[in-house]
Design a protein around this ligand. Structure first.
Ligand code: PMT
Length: 303
């Protein structure tokens, strides 16, 4: 199925028009500023109409949520399109610090911090600054179809060279078309009927539509996730040739927090996070975003 037929056969998510209006307002508020759209987290593909089970894509949302913070530091306005309940910028630090153990109830009336949370003050400050200056807007999705609709809607609004599209979400390559799902499973599939035979279909690669139709003027960064190191470079280069965009970030599932490859038309740059960096609390996304910022600036000068 091509991407146009995909959209024709799947209706837009609830509140789609309201969300698009919000994004339009956000973009016009940041007219003279660089804007990044970050996608983050994995998509789900329901296997029943009233969904109990679904096929999920792996991603905690670390890459996307951490990158959002560093793009804000680099003076970008951020549109954060993320899988509901995956990691969010700023909030992720609180989830990692056993927050509940550090709070206590006082006189059954209020909550008091009982342990030192000083190290989180800069995080909270940055969150408050980003919110008060309206520099970030976060929009959740759950299913593949919601993701596809929102992505298309946002990309069409971000077709200029000051916009950066950073596709860190883990997007399903397979799904079950709704008409095939209805026949098989309007309600929860019953185990007494034996194991269901589920035929998954290919999801069209929307990257082609982003780079060629919706946002050809933007600076586009796609990701390539592999588990086999011998495929990473060649598949990333193939993507660059096929989609003709600016940058592919290649990463392997098990080393993605310490090593990525920045792959563009004429060079490959390896980025490693050393043990010392890790101990010092440096994250690889900090380095990635600084390098992308420089490349985006060069792109702006050239175009
Ligand atoms: O969130 P974390 O746990 O920190 O993990 C981060 C990450 C590993 C998920 C992230 O770094 C990453 O690699 N994200 C992309 C994963 C992915 O979908 O890779 P892929 O090789 O399947 O797809 C390559 C590109 O094609 C992606 O940019 C994707 O947006 C795009 N795609 C994928 C499927 C599809 N139907 N259409 C697409 O356009």
């Amino acid at each position: 199925m091509d991407w146009e037929s995909f959209y024709n056969s799947h209706s837009s998510p609830a509140s789609y028009e309201i969300i698009i209006t919000e994004i339009k307002q956000f973009i016009s508020h940041h007219e003279n500023k660089k804007i990044v759209l970050i996608t983050s987290g994995g998509t789900t593909v329901p296997i029943e109409q009233n969904t109990v089970r679904f096929v999920d894509n792996f991603s905690a949302g670390t890459r996307g949520s951490a990158s959002a913070e560093y793009f804000l530091d680099s003076d970008y306005a951020v549109i954060f399109l993320y899988r509901s309940k995956s990691l969010e910028p700023f909030l992720r630090h609180f989830l990692n610090s056993k927050l509940l153990d550090k709070l206590e109830i006082v006189n059954n009336k209020s909550i008091q911090v009982k342990e030192d949370l000083e190290n989180l003050i800069p995080v909270l400050k940055k969150y408050k600054d980003a919110k008060s200056s309206n520099n970030i807007i976060s929009i959740p999705f759950t299913t593949l179809v919601e993701y596809m609709w929102l992505l298309r809607g946002f990309c069409k609004l971000l077709n200029n060279r000051y916009c950066l599209i950073y596709l860190a979400a883990a997007v399903s390559d397979f799904y079950i078309p709704p008409n095939e799902m209805v026949k098989k499973a309007e309600h929860k599939i019953q185990s007494k009927d034996g194991p269901p035979v589920i035929a998954l279909r290919m999801v069209p690669k929307v990257l082609m539509a982003i780079t060629q139709i919706w946002s050809p003027k933007a600076f586009i960064v796609s990701f390539k996730l592999e588990t086999d190191n011998s495929l990473l470079e060649s598949k990333s280069k193939d993507a660059l040739i096929k989609y003709k965009h600016q940058l592919v970030i290649g990463n392997l599932l098990h080393t993605r927090k310490y090593h990525v490859k920045l792959i563009c038309q004429n060079e490959i740059e390896d980025i490693y996070l050393s043990e010392k960096d890790n101990k010092d609390g440096i994250e690889i996304e900090d380095i990635i975003v600084k390098k992308i910022k420089i490349r985006h600036e060069v792109f702006l000068k050239m175009n």
